[in-house]
Design a protein around this ligand. Structure first.
Ligand SMILES: *[C@@H]1O[C@H](CO)[C@@H](O)[C@H](O)[C@H]1NC(C)=O
Ligand SMILES: *[C@@H]1O[C@H](CO)[C@@H](O)[C@H](O)[C@H]1NC(C)=O
Ligand SMILES: *[C@@H]1O[C@H](CO)[C@@H](O)[C@H](O)[C@H]1NC(C)=O
Ligand SMILES: *[C@@H]1O[C@H](CO)[C@@H](O)[C@H](O)[C@H]1NC(C)=O
Ligand SMILES: *[C@@H]1O[C@H](CO)[C@@H](O)[C@H](O)[C@H]1NC(C)=O
Ligand SMILES: CC(=O)N[C@@H]1CO[C@H](CO)[C@@H](O)[C@@H]1O
Ligand SMILES: [Ca+2]
Ligand SMILES: [Ca+2]
Length: 579
């Protein structure tokens, strides 16, 4: 009897639950996205290569961190010439990683843990091993125009030349001759990655079917790779020289890519994908993350075409360990001021990814916690790359060890400038063989030798570790003050104008206040009066602080004279936020 009363009460609450709808529409706005690079995360069958079952078994790690979303980098069928960005079947799993059956299990486990799964979508090209490409070579309809084919040009000696001067991202001409079709095809990346032709309607439909295929299998969104390379000039005009000094003539940077990047047509396709995804599950927003290393204004424009997270790479591209508090404030404010008006648009902060050096290597190990604090305390979506939660660092590679085609193609002199292997080494779980990544005698990339002391297990049991600081910050991120609070950024000026080395970030909501203070000074003596500076009279306690801070959690802060050691950062909160 009592039980049925409760049931009725629950039903009444549910019946009156428009807010639940709203909540699911809004779920992404304060989320934490955790990127897994599957090849390096966890090997479950001892072949030295990470795989889906490895992810499924260790998904609890992602849940423990407090991630809402796991974004899994490419897992699709592929000859792996570019580690999965050369796809031979967009609707199947690469054998090395498992099967569609394994994928279903992964989704099931993720659902159980309350984690949403997002997959890569690599629309810029397929593998040359894709059936479509073979059929395109043989001019079989409708595939004949799925790729970008052009006739050769001939010089006065009847030497065959590519149709124009376009260059591949990996160096050399972007055109490859095909002896069967007797035409050149375009490849903005490796020759084994022919560009897909988005000016062809059948191809566009085909790619939409790919999105539907994965959504039907429980995928909640996509990260769209290199979206700005989708379209090229339909007149195939030569690109002008960049005139960057010292760049060889076959290097991608030799040209100014006005005809092969960021074409306006790209935004239209994105809009059509957004519509498709909204129609698929009205009331439950699917996430679109867009990757484009482009100018600020062009990135911001992706918001208006349906991207929920146009990656904000400021912590990767704009700021480094030489940046001052002024630089940080300028970059943060610029992003905040340019997120379009409208409640669906939120900021995002990317800590790192598989294409860039690790955060601990870019900023130095002692600033890792500071970056954790920024990406979690600032409003919006935080995106972190597997391994960064323990401060994994780049491993140095010799040219002989290099696997990344971007590095191999650059040659022994320049490979280290281009190779992405350093940030892709196997995940460091514990101090066992291969850092707990694999039981194989060798792994696809070598494990960083520092795993003996730098690994998840070691950090879990230390009071002050990157891992524990990050998980504590993520707990705080889930509070209303971070989700809804106002944002202020402030520079502390001691003598006003000369040494602005301290950055303050304040979030306020109702009676809650969160303050992040970062000391960028490595030497100088500054003590701040937080009360005056940030207009705070409420008592504040230490929530967490970076290594070397000599502050302890819960310690009451002296508002009038607060001092942080060199390069240290701290998060302070009103006592009502401490648990
Ligand atoms: C791709 O894989 C699917 C299995 O999901 C299979 O049914 C299909 O025939 C494959 N398509 C191509 C073009 O190879
Ligand atoms: C490519 O297509 C041609 C023509 O349909 C066919 O004869 C050939 O077997 C195909 N090759 C591959 C590798 O699929
Ligand atoms: C949003 O609206 C405010 C107030 O009208 C305006 O100052 C600001 O420039 C707008 N931001 C954008 C990105 O359009
Ligand atoms: C920043 O670090 C310097 C160098 O240790 C120190 O003298 C200064 O007091 C610190 N500033 C703050 C606001 O803590
Ligand atoms: C400082 O905070 C008080 C409330 O705590 C508020 O009334 C006042 O307007 C604030 N001053 C400034 C300059 O923001
Ligand atoms: C180069 C490549 O391998 N394919 C895709 C498509 O483009 C982007 C460019 O950033 C690549 O990162 C991605 O791997
Ligand atoms: Ca494996
Ligand atoms: Ca393209």
């Amino acid at each position: 009897m009592i039980r049925s009363y409760i049931l009725i009460a629950v039903l009444i609450i549910l019946a009156d639950s428009n807010p639940v709808q709203v909540a699911s529409k809004d779920w992404y706005k304060n989320s934490l996205v955790y990127q897994i690079y599957p090849r390096s995360f966890k090997d479950s069958n001892g072949d030295g290569i990470g795989d889906l079952n490895g992810i499924t078994k260790n998904l609890v790690h992602v849940a423990e961190i407090g991630a809402d979303v796991v974004w899994i980098s490419t897992i699709f069928s592929s000859p792996q010439k570019d580690f999965g960005y050369d796809i031979s079947n967009f609707t199947n799993i690469n054998e090395e990683y498992g099967t569609l059956e394994d994928f279903n299990k992964l989704i099931e486990k993720a659902r159980f843990l309350g984690i949403k799964v997002i997959l890569d979508f690599v629309p810029n090209h397929s593998s040359d091993q894709h059936k479509w490409f073979n059929q395109s070579i043989h001019r079989i309809k409708p595939y004949d125009e799925y790729y970008i084919w052009r006739d050769a040009k001939y010089d006065e000696h009847q030497n065959r030349l590519p149709p124009n001067n376009w260059l591949s991202n990996f160096g050399g001409s972007a055109w490859q001759w095909n002896d069967i079709r007797k035409q050149y095809y375009l490849h903005q990346f490796a020759a084994g990655q022919p560009d897909l032709n988005y000016r062809n309607d059948e191809l566009q439909e085909e790619m939409k079917n790919v999105l539907v295929f994965w959504m039907d299998r429980g995928v909640e969104g996509f990260r769209i790779d290199a979206i700005n390379h989708m379209y090229e000039d339909d007149q195939f005009r030569d690109e002008p020289l960049s005139n960057i000094p010292g760049v060889p003539s076959d290097d991608y940077d030799f040209l100014n890519h006005i005809y092969t990047k960021n074409l306006p047509e790209t935004y239209k396709v994105l809009e059509s994908w957004r519509k498709l995804m909204d129609d698929q599950s009205p009331g439950n927003t699917k996430m679109i993350l867009t990757e484009a290393y482009a100018d600020f204004d062009l990135i911001i424009k992706y918001y208006l075409s349906g991207s929920t997270v146009p990656f904000n790479f400021m912590f990767i591209s704009d700021l480094n360990n030489k940046s001052t508090a002024v630089d940080f404030k300028r970059s943060i404010d610029r992003w905040m001021n340019n997120v379009p008006n409208g409640t669906e648009y939120v900021a995002n902060w990317v800590l790192g990814n598989h294409d860039n050096h690790r955060v601990a290597s870019r900023f130095g190990e002692k600033r890792v916690d500071q970056l954790f604090m920024l990406v979690t305390i600032l409003p919006g979506v935080s995106v972190i790359y597997n391994g960064d939660e323990i401060g994994m660092v780049d491993r140095e590679f010799t040219y002989e060890e290099t696997k990344d085609p971007a590095g191999c193609n650059a040659g022994p002199e320049r490979y280290w400038l281009k190779s992405r292997d350093p940030e892709r080494t196997p995940f460091q779980w514990n101090d066992g063989p291969n850092a707990g990544f694999s039981t194989s005698s060798s792994t696809w990339l070598p494990v960083n030798e520092n795993y003996i002391h730098l690994n998840v297990e070691a950090q879990k049991y230390k009071a002050y570790s990157h891992y524990n600081i990050l998980t504590r910050l993520i707990e705080l991120k889930k509070k209303s003050v971070i989700e809804y609070g106002t944002l202020e950024t402030a520079l502390y000026c001691s003598k006003c104008s000369v040494t602005e080395n301290v950055l303050g970030v304040v979030r306020r909501h109702r009676s809650y206040i969160v303050v992040l203070i970062v000391n960028f000074s490595d030497t100088e003596m500054i003590v701040v009066d937080i009360g005056m500076w940030l207009n705070i009279s409420e008592p504040l306690r230490v929530y967490t602080s970076s290594k070397g801070s000599n502050l302890s959690p819960r310690q009451i802060v002296e508002l009038r004279s607060f001092s942080l050691s060199a390069s240290v950062s701290a998060v302070l909160t009103t006592p009502n936020l401490l648990n």
